[in-house]
Each structure stands twice: as structure tokens, then as C-alpha cells.
Design a protein. Structure first.
Length: 482
């Protein structure tokens, strides 16, 4: 099957009848019609539909190396710098369709799976490792345009550096049985974004694991027996695009994943009972390089959207002549252009890895991934500071259409905008920065790739500082000789 349409994606997810719970009860009927999911599923469907636009097919798809059919370009294993540029263009085209607000659009997980397949040789010859399963699943997902969610994180029971569960009943998901059919998994994992609205779930440990029972990686259908998704409260404010311009369309649900004696067939197991591989694979593989390339490409689009909102507020209420306003906008511009420069540098300094794939410069992308979690909360603060009371005085669509709508049109007009358009803009700014959806976006970007302190530590240890230390030592030796 070549790339799917939006309707095919929605029909496929509805037919799965995945076990999804929200607000104390299971979802009965079509999940695509549930208020918590229909907006984001329709937005995701639009991404799939765009692959069928003849004017965009060369930008969004490529011929499958095995079937020749058109497949999603986010599955492309780059072998040249031009391939990297193509991947960036595709990622940013999709990101512009949601202004970078869907951190788990299909291209993210497609990229993750592509990176795993591109590094599958790391598993070759290792005990309890199946590189052939990784490659086979990648090809299956590519040829069928499979959508995926993933879960990397154990429940936050005890965040001490070394924590081992003592009870008989597992909390963190682990293998409790190995038999002829596969491995049996019991326990829970966090934080499956878009859990329940994808074909499959990819389970992969993030590293730092000493317990072999938790050292397992696999992918299974979302409707597998014993698997259930327990959702948080929905942040969809309502159907009205006027009232909730972002949450009504782009709210990505997060969920706890419970494995209740779930059988994972052997052909879906990537590795198990191997703590050495767990703690090595993420670092030694191309996972960070390729996924950070996708993430930074999307974040740039999101930063552009923020800049557009901020300047629109400035133009609407005529505050552009104030120097403190100019300074705040310049902060966003500097961050945006820095992110762009880092992305370009990562591509220009890309190198062929040992398996023949063109890998963007990982250190440069790690710098970008350290920068964005720090600047994005400042973006939201700048919008709040410039919008001020305008972010509070935001009547609803029904109020405008009521008998007192004429009052709003008179008293809420702006220098360069009528009242209704002004409120549309300010509700957009509110939904991005102050609604439950918006505050989740801020937290999401803060921790997208994990604890910012750990990210800084990883950068510290991976960045080659010795040439600069050597220069200082050389300078001091010269000085001593004078």
C-alpha cells in the first residue's frame, strides 16, 4: 500500500477499537468522533491527505526502494546532504500546517523508526537482539504508512538515582515471562502522546537501566490484548475555532500505557534481557542525530509562528514605537535565527556514518535542543507581557453574536483592527500561552528531550573541548618562554 489518505488513516484507527480510557470510562464507538480526539485526528488526516496533492508529491513522498510505490518522505534514510535537505523541507511543510504545535505528528515517529533501522547493525551478533526484526518492522511501517506513538518513560514512583522495585506486582513495565510465542509484559509506562490514535505503539527504554527484565524494546498494534491507554484530562476547550483556535485542532492527548500480561510475538521483539544494549543504543545509534534534526526543524516553524503572533499584537494595538517592545521582539528574532543557523550548520557539517547514511552533526543539534527549552517559556512570557489585559478581555463567539455584540464592536476595536478580528488574535495568543493547552505546550517544550539539566550534562561530556584547552596550554608555554 502506498501513502494513505486522511480518511484511510481515520478509518483504520476507528476499526482498531483500541482500549482507551478517559475521565473514568472507556471510549465506546468511533474514537475519531470523541471530542478529545476528533480535532487532532482531523489535523493529522490533513497531513496524510497532503501527500496526495500532485503539486506536493515530490516534496512529501519518494519511491519505495522495495516496491517503487510512493511512500512518506519522513521514512527516507538519507544517503546524501540533498536527502537531508529534502527531509527538512518535508518536515517543515507538515509543521507549517499546524504551526509546529503537533510535536508528535507522524513524521516524528517515522524518523525515530528510520533512525533505529539505520543503526540496526549495532544489534548484530548481540545476545537476545534481533536487528532483522527492526528492519522488517521499519519496512512494514514505511510500505503501509503506519502511524506510531511511543513510550520511553517509567512511572515517577521514586526518582532516586538508583531505584529498584521491591513489590511482587510490577509498576514499571517489565518482561515477566518468556515462552515459545514471545515475551509477556506487565506494568506501566508513561507518556504516550497520541496514544490510542495510532496504529502501533513503539516501546523503547531510554537507558540507565540495570534491571534486565526492563531491558526490552518492541512494537505492537495499539489494540493488542491486555494493552490499555489511560488518558489525562482533555485540554480541548470546545469545538469553536473562534474560542479555541488551537486546542480545538491540535490538542495531542497524553496517556499512561498499561500492559496487563501483554504478549509480544518474537517477530516484534527488537531486543530483551540485555542491559548493555539498552544503555548503549541511544548514544551509539543515529537516534539523536536524526530525531533532533526533525525536532529542530519543527521548532523553527513554531518560533516563526510565535514571532507572527507577537508582531500582529504590536500592529493591532500600535505599540511598536516603544523600545522595550522592540527589545522583546528582538529576543524572539535572535532565538529564531540562531535555531536556523544551527540547523543549517548541522546539515552542512553532516557526515556519512559507518553504515552509509548521511548523519547531521549531532553536537550542533544538541546545542539547539538545549537552547529551545530555555527560550520557549520566554516566548510565552513575552506574549503575556505585550498582550497584558488584552489576554483577559476576550469575549466568546456567542457574545459577539448576541444582542450586546454591538457593544463589543464599539469598545473592543483596535487601532488597525475591528473588534472581532482583534479578539480572534488575542484568543489565539491566549490559547497558546494561558489556556490549559498552552501551558501544556510550554511544559512540553521544556522537557521534550528530557531534563534540561541532563541535556546540558550530555552536551558537556560530548563536546570536544580539548583543542581549546590545548590552545591555552600552548599559549602559557609560550608566555613562560618569553
Amino acid at each position: 500500500m502506498p501513502v494513505v489518505t486522511g480518511k484511510e488513516y481515520i478509518d483504520r484507527i476507528d476499526q482498531l477499537k483500541t482500549n482507551v480510557w478517559i475521565d473514568g470510562g472507556p471510549i465506546i464507538g468511533k474514537i475519531s468522533e470523541h471530542p478529545a480526539f476528533k480535532g487532532v485526528m482531523n489535523s493529522q488526516a490533513a497531513l496524510y491527505d497532503s501527500q496526495h496533492d500532485k503539486s506536493l508529491q515530490d516534496k512529501l513522498t519518494y519511491p519505495s526502494p522495495s516496491s517503487g510505490s510512493k511512500v512518506g518522505l519522513s521514512f527516507l534514510q538519507p544517503k546524501t546532504r540533498d536527502d537531508l535537505f529534502k527531509r527538512k523541507e518535508m518536515i517543515q511543510h507538515w509543521a507549517k500546517m499546524n504551526n509546529g504545535l503537533m510535536g508528535r505528528s507522524p513524521d516524528y515517529m517515522n524518523t525515530v523508526l528510520m533512525a533505529f533501522a539505520s543503526s540496526a547493525n549495532l544489534l548484530k551478533g548481540k545476545v537476545n537482539c534481533f536487528p532483522e526484526n527492526v528492519i522488517a518492522f521499519y519496512e512494514y511501517a514505511r510500505e503501509n504508512d503506519i502511524s506510531l506513538t511511543h513510550t520511553f518513560i517509567d512511572p515517577q514512583v521514586n526518582r532516586a538515582q538508583f531505584y529498584f522495585e521491591a513489590g511482587d506486582e510490577p509498576i514499571a513495565a517489565r518482561v515477566i515471562e518468556r515462552n515459545d510465542a514471545g515475551v509477556v509484559v506487565k506494568g506501566a509506562r508513561l507518556l504516550a502522546t497520541q496514544g490510542g490514535v495510532t496504529d502501533e505503539i513503539l516501546v523503547f527504554p531510554a537507558g540507565g537501566i540495570q534491571d534486565k527484565d526492563r531491558a526490552v524494546a518492541f512494537s505492537i498494534p495499539s489494540n493488542s490484548k491486555g494493552l490499555r491507554f489511560i488518558c489525562r484530562d482533555s485540554f480541548v476547550g470546545g469545538d469553536s475555532i473562534f474560542n479555541f483556535p488551537l486546542s480545538s485542532r491540535f490538542e495531542e492527548m497524553d496517556s499512561i500505557v498499561v500492559f496487563d500480561n501483554v504478549l509480544v510475538p518474537w517477530d516484534r521483539v527488537f531486543f530483551y534481557d540485555n542491559t548493555e544494549i539498552v544503555n548503549k543504543f541511544m548514544v551509539a545509534s543515529s537516534f539523536l542525530a536524526f530525531t533532533l534534526h526533525q525536532v529542530v526543524s519543527r521548532q523553527i516553524v513554531k518560533a516563526e509562528f510565535v514571532l507572527g503572533i507577537v508582531q500582529s499584537i504590536i500592529d493591532t494595538i500600535n505599540i511598536g514605537d516603544y523600545q522595550h517592545v522592540q527589545e522583546k521582539v528582538s529576543e524572539i528574532i535572535i532565538a529564531l535565527e540562531t535555531m536556523k543557523a544551527l540547523l543549517n550548520k548541522s546539515e552542512n557539517e553532516s557526515e556519512m556514518d559507518e553504515w552509509g547514511f548521511m548523519r547531521p552533526n549531532q553536537i550542533t543539534l544538541q546545542i539547539a535542543s538545549n537552547l529551545f527549552p530555555r527560550v520557549y517559556p520566554r516566548f510565552t512570557e513575552i506574549i503575556q507581557l505585550l498582550g497584558a489585559s488584552g489576554l483577559i478581555t476576550i469575549p466568546t463567539e456567542n457574545t459577539f453574536q448576541s444582542s450586546i455584540g454591538k457593544d463589543l464592536k464599539q469598545y473592543l476595536q483596535a487601532k488597525s483592527s475591528n473588534a472581532e478580528d482583534r479578539i480572534k488574535l488575542f484568543r489565539l495568543a491566549w490559547d497558546l500561552t494561558m489556556s490549559s493547552f498552552g501551558t501544556r505546550e510550554t511544559l512540553y517544550e521544556r522537557f521534550f528531550f528530557g531534563d534540561p539539566i541532563k541535556l546540558s550534562s550530555q552536551l558537556y561530556y560530548s563536546y570536544d573541548k580539548e583543542p581549546y584547552v590545548g590552545r591555552v596550554k600552548s599559549f602559557l608555554r609560550i608566555s613562560e618562554d618569553l
